[in-house]
Design a binder for this molecule. Structure first.
Ligand code: SAM
Length: 257
């Protein structure tokens, strides 16, 4: 196996991996970084395309790391503590980082099961939490509509806790979505404050989409017109809305009960 020891931050391979913290370079290369041995093993077990492993030099000989290296047969960079902590976004030091290829599913994937649509979501932490919740609740996948944050941003990957590898992710422009929507035969249930229909009044089918809005603006007027129903979770106290990821969790567990 090809294990390359690296001690300098100026190494071009390290610079390239470091650049993946910027969306521009993730887009250009189609790659992203997963941090932590558990996360990387999960990705490999789910057949995510692993391009490179970065391992703390003190941990290369560990049996679980050796198993990973042998199973993936990818190129391995053995690096110092200092380099690894510069590449990592986690507070606790990691032993392994994996450079994976991004995997966006085509719109045609979106047929059966319960899908989550998100319109113009901005916070990658929310997005990763929603991806994790979709995985946990057994929903089919997520559709990112319009200019959303990047599901492969470090904060999103971290918040997904490995579910980034398990949940199909579709990304589309608004126009492509509205166009595709004409042939979608199942209900699209929008969640919005501009309705009096309690989310518990609806009986949810096995094939549908639940549509969630932007953190500040909520669901746009045009998206609301594309929904077959609108539902609201009653707000009983001072708060006027739920956090987006929390609202998604409440909806998914009501739909998939
Ligand atoms: N000020 C925004 C508004 O007017 O909709 C609040 C947006 S909320 C933080 C983000 C998203 O979470 C909403 O677009 C909706 O999809 C969902 N959401 C949050 N609380 C909700 C509630 N009580 N009922 C229905 N949807 C809710």
């Amino acid at each position: 196996m090809n294990i390359t020891p690296i001690t300098s931050h100026a190494n071009p391979q390290i610079k390239k991996i470091k650049s993946l913290e910027l969306r521009k370079y993730r887009k250009e290369t189609g790659l992203f970084l997963a941090e932590g041995l558990r996360s990387v093993i999960e990705g490999v077990e789910l057949n995510a395309p692993l391009e490179q492993l970065v391992v703390h030099h003190d941990h290369v000989a560990r049996p679980e790391v050796q198993r990973l290296i042998n199973a993936t047969r990818t190129s391995v960079l053995s690096v110092t503590d200092d380099i690894l902590s510069k590449l990592s976004h986690k507070d606790n030091p990691q032993t392994v980082l994996g450079v994976f290829r991004q995997n966006f599913a085509p719109l045609a994937t979106l047929q059966n099961g319960v899908w989550v649509g998100v319109e113009q979501i901005r916070d990658p932490g929310n997005l990763g939490t929603i991806i994790r919740t979709i995985d946990a609740a057994g929903a089919a996948g997520i559709v990112l509509i319009g200019s959303c944050c990047d599901p492969y941003a470090p904060e999103s990957v971290r918040a997904s806790m490995g579910s980034i590898f398990a949940v199909p992710i579709v990304s589309v422009t608004e126009d492509a979505f509205y166009n595709w929507r004409k042939d979608y035969k199942h209900p699209i249930i929008g969640t919005a404050l501009q309705t009096n229909t309690d989310y518990r009044e609806i009986s949810y089918p096995t094939d549908m989409m639940v549509m969630m809005g932007n953190e500040q603006a909520g669901l746009s007027e045009i998206m609301r017109t594309h929904c077959t129903h609108l539902v609201k979770m009653p707000m009983r106290g001072r708060a006027d809305s739920l956090n987006l990821a929390v609202a998604t969790a409440v909806m998914l567990y009501s739909i998939l009960k």
